[in-house]
Ligand binder design. Structure first.
Ligand code: TRP
Length: 441
């Protein structure tokens, strides 16, 4: 049995809604993501992580404002809500629900080791405080909420910075535990690290970050952008004195916006001793050239919250077309079931029990290839796959069978000898029970 592997790769990214986007966010996240979302054969999910925002921010108005600004930023920078799934996390009730299902399989010991939590504990210990002083349970559970974001849509790839790799590993760990207990429901996500994407230095030369207070706002008015750029730290070299590009924040920021040729010409000017004031003017003009059209769109969007609300509501509907049936399937898998299924003729009880517990198992054989089989409630093998080169391919084949259901197999029953035909019908019936709520493909 072979299946096409041309299903799109699903990418998913969340943006916490606490701040106002700065140039570092633009260069490191928004710009590459928007470009990437236009590529063929990818399906992108972008969401405003407002449940995550509650972990670090207790100012309701700020969360609301940030949601507006971040949504407006992504749209102004060219994210096409028709092409991608763009939604607000708190519009998807299946996410907190899944968070609970995952909480019940996540190892507490693993969460104890999460970097963000450990950093707080270490700080408390260093200060001679209780290790958990001022640590909310929300901060502790952060990785589980993030796992729910990712697993809800069975994302294959999650583009993140290096600081977030551990969270993706935890999502994989939690997904594996869940799959082991309840059958193959979740795709194991992978972190996607793009080293080509620049981390932008801030005003003081350290990484541009809100926590360092060294940011340049992305959509500040023109005059303010100019002022902020003027405050980039330089050295005391006088006009006419050659200036090194190495270690120059100004040069690196320029490079993140300019074409290779423009960068070369600035490098030349550095060697020839361009005055810092002139270099800052060049940088300002270059950034403004890229940002100005988006700034206008951003302003129009921010002034029309109703339109943004409409876009997010439409995005949530698209997301829920996937999360609602998948959520139902997960509830069923863990045993949160309607009791009415137990009523009626004895046969139907037996049947429900049988089909409800049919499950896919994925595994690796000694030959190094990846296989799956479909087992019924008693562990009888209903389907046995051939070997696949990667777990992703095997997973895609499973997803496709789940999506197509028994219809994929029944035509075979007519062509094969009676014993095998019965087997095909059994497998088809089991598949149909699973296909009642297919995984998104
Ligand atoms: N933790 C991410 C951050 O701090 C935001 C986030 C929340 C996220 N859920 C996610 C990122 C899921 C990727 C996937 O930036």
């Amino acid at each position: 049995m072979t299946f096409s592997t041309s299903a799109p790769t699903r990418f998913l990214t969340g943006i916490t809604t606490t701040g106002t986007p700065h140039l570092g966010n633009y260069v490191g996240s928004v710009r590459p993501s928007v470009r990437f979302s236009r590529e063929a054969n990818v399906q992108s999910f972008y969401f405003l992580a407002d449940y995550h925002a509650l972990i670090k921010c207790d100012e309701p108005a700020r969360i609301q404002r940030s949601t507006l600004e971040i949504a407006a930023t992504w749209l102004a920078c060219g994210l096409d809500p028709e092409r991608v799934v763009f939604y607000r996390q708190s519009d998807i009730p299946e996410i907190p629900e899944l968070t609970w299902l995952l909480t019940c399989v996540a190892a507490k010991g693993m969460l104890n080791r999460a970097h963000a939590y450990k950093a707080s504990v270490d700080k408390n210990l260093a200060a001679g405080n209780d290790p958990d002083a001022d640590v909310s349970a929300g901060l502790f559970m952060y990785p589980v909420l993030m796992a729910a974001d990712i697993l809800m849509f069975n994302a294959h790839k999650v583009p993140v910075g290096r600081d977030q790799i551990q969270h993706i590993e935890m999502a994989r760990d939690i997904a594996q535990r869940f799959n082991h207990l309840y059958g193959e429901h979740f795709t194991l996500p992978e972190a996607e690290i793009d080293d080509a994407v620049a981390t932008l230095p801030g005003l003081d030369g350290r990484k541009m970050s809100k926590s360092y207070g060294n940011t340049i706002a992305l959509f500040a008015p023109r005059e303010q952008l100019q002022k902020q750029i003027a405050s980039i730290v330089t050295d005391s070299r006088a006009p006419g004195e050659p200036k090194p590009t190495e270690g120059s924040a100004l040069f690196q920021i320029y490079q993140a916006f300019a074409q290779a040729q423009e960068t070369e010409s600035l490098r030349q000017s550095f060697t020839e001793g361009i005055a810092w004031g002139d270099a800052k003017q060049l940088l300002f003009e270059r950034i403004d050239r890229e940002i100005a059209p988006m700034r206008e769109r951003h302003e129009a969007l921010v002034n029309d919250p109703t339109q943004i609300e409409r876009i997010l509501t439409a995005g949530a509907a698209k997301a829920r077309d996937l999360s609602k049936p998948f959520g139902d399937r997960l509830r069923e898998a863990v045993g949160l079931r309607r009791l009415s299924a137990l009523a009626g003729p004895a046969g139907s009880v037996a049947k429900t029990a049988k089909v409800a517990r049919a499950a896919f198992k994925q595994y690796r054989e000694r030959d190094g290839l990846f296989y799956f089989k479909l087992l019924d409630a008693k562990g009888r093998v209903l389907l046995q796959s051939l070997g696949f080169a990667s777990p992703q391919e095997a997973g895609q084949a499973v997803a496709r069978l789940q999506a197509e259901g028994g219809a994929a197999l029944l035509p075979l029953a007519a062509l094969i000898e009676p014993l095998a035909a019965q087997a095909a019908r059994d497998a088809a019936e089991a598949l149909d029970s699973l296909a009642a709520a297919p995984v998104p493909t």
